[in-house]
Design a protein around this ligand. Structure first.
Ligand code: PLP
Length: 397
C-alpha cells in the first residue's frame, strides 16, 4: 500500500486515544472518571430536538444550498452581531458540519504552501495538523501562567513573525487553558495584524460557555472584521457535539471560497438540523442557561478539588469547560516526570482519566512547567468530587 506523502503531515486529536484507553480500562472491570474529552453528557435542548424532528417530518431531507439555508445564515449573522458589535449579513456566513471544518477550509482559502502561520501551542491540535497538511509552516506561540489567567506570550508571537507570516490563529476563549484575551492584548494583537497585513482565524468555539462577565470578540477591534474569519459552532453552546453544525463567519470573499470548498467536500451541512439550530438560537435561551448553571457548579467543585491538592496550582477561568492545573510539583514528588507515565499511573491507581499538555501540541524547548487538562463537561458534580478525592490522595501519597 502506498499512502500519499501529504498524509505524513496530517496530525490528529490524540485525546480520542486517551478515551479509547479509558474504555479499555473500564472493560477490565474498573471504574473510570472521564475528564479526558471535551464532550457533554447533557442532552441537547428540547427546542432544537423538536424543531429538527419537525423539519424531518416536513421533508427537509434533501440537499440544501451549499452555504446553508438562508434563514440559518441570517440567524447566525444576527446572533453574532448581537454580541460582537458587527454588521454581518447572511452573505458573511457559510454553514459547516461543525466548527472544525472552518480551520482547514479557511487555511485552504488564504494560505499558500510555504506561508507561515502563528498558532497557539498548547492549543487545539487541528490547527497544526491542517497548517502542515496544506503545506504551510506552523509557528507556535504559548501562554504564561499568572495568578488569575493564562496570558498570551506576546514576545513569542513577535519572535515568530517573519516576512512569510500570512495568518494568525487565535482561540479566544482558549482550549485547554481557558485563557482569555484582555482588552489591552486584543488591541496590541490587532495592531500587529495591521502592521504585518495578516489574515486571522478567530476560534470562538467557547464564546458562549461563560459563567461570569461577558465575552468580547477580537473582531470588535478596528479593521479586524475585514480580515478575520470566526469559527462558530453549535457544538458546545447547545450541547450538540454529535449533530455536527457550525459556520465560518467573515468577509464575503473568503466565505465564498469556503462555500466552494463545501461543494467539493460535503455539498451542504445536514439540512434538517439547520432548522433545529434556528429554533435553538431563537427559543433555546432558557435551556442553554440551565446547562451553563450545571457546568458552573461542576467548575466550582472541580476547581476546589484541584486547588486543595498539595503541589497543584489551578487558575479558575470564567469560561470554557476546562481546567488546566499546574502539576509540576506533584509529578516531581511522585518521580513521574514524563506526562504519559503520570497520566497512566493516575488512571491505574484512581480511574481518573485526563489529558495532558502533550495532547495539545509538542512541548516547546525550555518549557518546564507541567500541566494536565480536566474537562468537566462529561461528568456530574458528585462524581467529580469523588474522583478528585481519590486523585488528591494519590497525588499526596
Ligand atoms: N475549536 C476548539 C478550540 C475546540 O476545542 C473544538 C472542539 O473541541 C473545536 C474547535 C471543534 O468543535 P466542533 O467541530 O465540534 O464544533
Amino acid at each position: 500500500m502506498r499512502i500519499a506523502d501529504r498524509i505524513g503531515r496530517l496530525g490528529t486529536e490524540t485525546a480520542f486515544a486517551v478515551g479509547a484507553e479509558a474504555a479499555e480500562f473500564a472493560a477490565r472491570g474498573n471504574r473510570v472518571f472521564p475528564f479526558h474529552l471535551g464532550d457533554l453528557n447533557i442532552p441537547s435542548p428540547n427546542t432544537v430536538v423538536e424543531a429538527t424532528i419537525r423539519a424531518i417530518r416536513d421533508g427537509k431531507t434533501g440537499y440544501c444550498p451549499n452555504a446553508g439555508i438562508p434563514e440559518l445564515r441570517e440567524a447566525i449573522a444576527a446572533d453574532v452581531n448581537s454580541t460582537h458589535g458587527t454588521a454581518y449579513q447572511a452573505s458573511n456566513v457559510v454553514a459547516q458540519p461543525g466548527g472544525k471544518p472552518t480551520i482547514g477550509k479557511f487555511l485552504a482559502a488564504v494560505m499558500n504552501p510555504g506561508d507561515e502561520v502563528l498558532y497557539p501551542n498548547p492549543g487545539y491540535p487541528i490547527y497544526e495538523s491542517q497548517i502542515e497538511y496544506l503545506g504551510g509552516t506552523a509557528v507556535p506561540y504559548g501562554y504564561v501562567e499568572t495568578e488569575e489567567n493564562f496570558d498570551l506570550d506576546f514576545a513569542a508571537i513577535e519572535r515568530g513573525l517573519s516576512e512569510k507570516t500570512r495568518v494568525l490563529i487565535i482561540n479566544d476563549l482558549h482550549n485547554p487553558s481557558g485563557a482569555e484575551l484582555s482588552p489591552d492584548q486584543r488591541g496590541r494583537l490587532a495592531q500587529l495584524v495591521r502592521d504585518h497585513d495578516l489574515y486571522v482565524l478567530c476560534d470562538e468555539a467557547y464564546f458562549d460557555i461563560r459563567y461570569e462577565g461577558r465575552s468580547t470578540s477580537f473582531v470588535e477591534e478596528k479593521g479586524m472584521a475585514e480580515r478575520t474569519v470566526l469559527l462558530y459552532t453549535f457544538s458546545k453552546r447547545f450541547a450538540m457535539t454529535g449533530w455536527r453544525l457550525g459556520a465560518s463567519v467573515g468577509p464575503t470573499e473568503i466565505v465564498d471560497v469556503i462555500a466552494k470548498l463545501n461543494v467539493n467536500d460535503e455539498s451542504c451541512a445536514n439540512h434538517f438540523i439547520q432548522y433545529g439550530a434556528i429554533a435553538g438560537l431563537q427559543h433555546g435561551h432558557a435551556e442553554v442557561q440551565e446547562m451553563l448553571e450545571i457546568l458552573r457548579a461542576r467548575r466550582d467543585v472541580a476547581a476546589a478539588g484541584l486547588k486543595s491538592i498539595d503541589g497543584v496550582r489551578c487558575v479558575v477561568p470564567h469560561a470554557t469547560f476546562y481546567l488546566f492545573p499546574n502539576v509540576t510539583e506533584v509529578m516531581q514528588r511522585k518521580g513521574l516526570t514524563d506526562y504519559e507515565s503520570f497520566r497512566r499511573a493516575a488512571l491505574e491507581a484512581t480511574g481518573v482519566s485526563f489529558t495532558t499538555r502533550l495532547h495539545f501540541g509538542r512541548a516547546t524547548p525550555g518549557e518546564s512547567n507541567k500541566y494536565i487538562r480536566f474537562a468537566y463537561s462529561g461528568i456530574g458534580t458528585a462524581d467529580i468530587e469523588e474522583a478528585l478525592g481519590l486523585f488528591k490522595r494519590w497525588c499526596e501519597s
